[in-house]
Design a binder for this molecule. Structure first.
Ligand code: FAQ
Length: 324
């Protein structure tokens, strides 16, 4: 009993020192002591972020064979490959916290781990590829720029590189939308319909309102997140409305209005009922996403085995050379 009291007092002291360190803006590194809750929430967020990058390749992959030109196809392929790279940096960052890659992937496959709600929507036309780059990567950048200052070093550093690539993704999407919006009446209609489909889901990417956010305030105190869900959502809206105006497209929100006093746009209610439904599996698209991921994992088993065997052989050779 006495031992327990001593341990509890030690932990409280360590947590206080940890918080003081975070408050001084010192980065936390893998071998440093950290509260269990800090480690757990980081593994949750980073692994879900990694899963989002992986699942996020699927809606775009749907258009690789149907891209309207060779140039478009090459650019889209490069973007999709970037997303795979982002997942790799993120899984590696989560591994520095003691999480195993196999466990993280298993949690995605059996539905315990989430991925971004945005990827449970289908890509119906080529304009959706433009809308994903413009709005989805646009929203991702707004969120991720603030994550570059995350208190956990490996995550913050991964974010810096990811943000640079995401800004190229955002521009390729906006360029697709510009061409369509300045094209024939039919092309402009296609661009408008894509904006209509992706606007609300893009706003949902930032998560529930601050008042309903489960992890928000704790993660802000730990400086994992620097800005709240609502703050980032507003920043995204204020940035994107002028871009839509330039394209001559209408944001599908009758309540959208500049608020002089706040220096920001007011906007209409978000359909959180739809968000909940999408999170619970996303209907046929959600099932298809997980089926595709499981298949890719199973089909890639021989590659993982070959890579491990190769690594093992190299290690044995090195040990033998060192012994000689
Ligand atoms: N979808 O308490 P909060 C990309 C969950 S970018 C699904 O507010 P938190 C690039 C949340 O996990 C997209 N779930 O949570 C790309 C929690 O559930 P849990 C990925 C969501 O962590 C572009 C619960 O709701 N980016 O992939 C969503 O403080 C194009 C309560 O929420 C990131 O992951 C949602 N939208 O804030 C790739 C960024 N929102 O975990 C391909 C890093 C909330 O307790 C093509 N993550 N939930 O079961 C974050 O910044 C945060 O985790 C938030 C959520 C903002 C997503």
């Amino acid at each position: 009993m006495a031992d327990l009291t001593v341990h509890a007092a030690q932990d409280a002291g360590r947590e206080e020192a940890f918080q003081a360190r975070v408050d001084r803006e010192e980065r936390v590194e893998p071998k440093d002591w950290m509260p269990d809750g800090y480690r757990k929430t980081l593994v949750r967020q980073i692994s879900q972020h990694a899963h989002s990058e992986v699942v996020g390749m699927l809606p775009e992959g749907n258009w690789v064979t149907r891209a309207p030109s060779l140039r478009r196809k090459a650019v889209l392929l490069a973007k999709i490959q970037d997303e795979a790279g982002h997942a790799l940096y993120l899984y590696s960052a989560a591994e520095t916290l003691g999480a195993s890659r196999d466990e993280m992937v298993e949690a995605l496959h059996d539905g315990r781990a989430k991925y971004s709600s945005i990827f449970n929507y289908p890509t119906l036309t080529w304009a959706d590829i433009g809308a994903i780059g413009w709005l989805v990567d646009g929203a991702a950048i707004v969120n991720q720029v603030s994550l570059c200052r995350c208190s956990y070093g490996p995550y913050a550093r991964a974010m810096e590189r990811i943000c640079k690539e995401e800004s190229f993704h955002q521009r390729q999407g906006y360029e697709i939308m510009t061409v369509l919006a300045q094209g024939t009446a039919e092309q402009k209609k296609m661009a408008q319909e894509a904006l209509n489909r992706w606007w609300q889901p893009a706003l949902m990417m930032f998560g529930p309102h601050d008042s309903d956010s489960v992890h928000g305030s704790r993660n802000m105190a730990w400086k994992i997140k620097r800005k709240s869900n609502d703050h980032l959502r507003q920043q995204f809206i204020d940035m994107t409305v002028p871009q839509a105006e330039y394209l001559g497209l209408a944001i599908p929100d009758p309540d959208l209005k500049w608020n002089e006093e706040r220096g920001s746009y007011d906007f209409g209610p978000i359909d959180w009922g739809e968000f909940e439904r999408v999170l619970k599996g996303g209907g046929p698209v959600g099932r298809e996403r997980i089926r595709a991921r499981r298949k890719a994992w199973d089909d890639g088993a021989w590659v993982r085995e070959a890579a491990m065997a190769h690594a093992e052989k190299r290690r044995a050779r090195k040990m033998q050379a060192a012994a000689e």
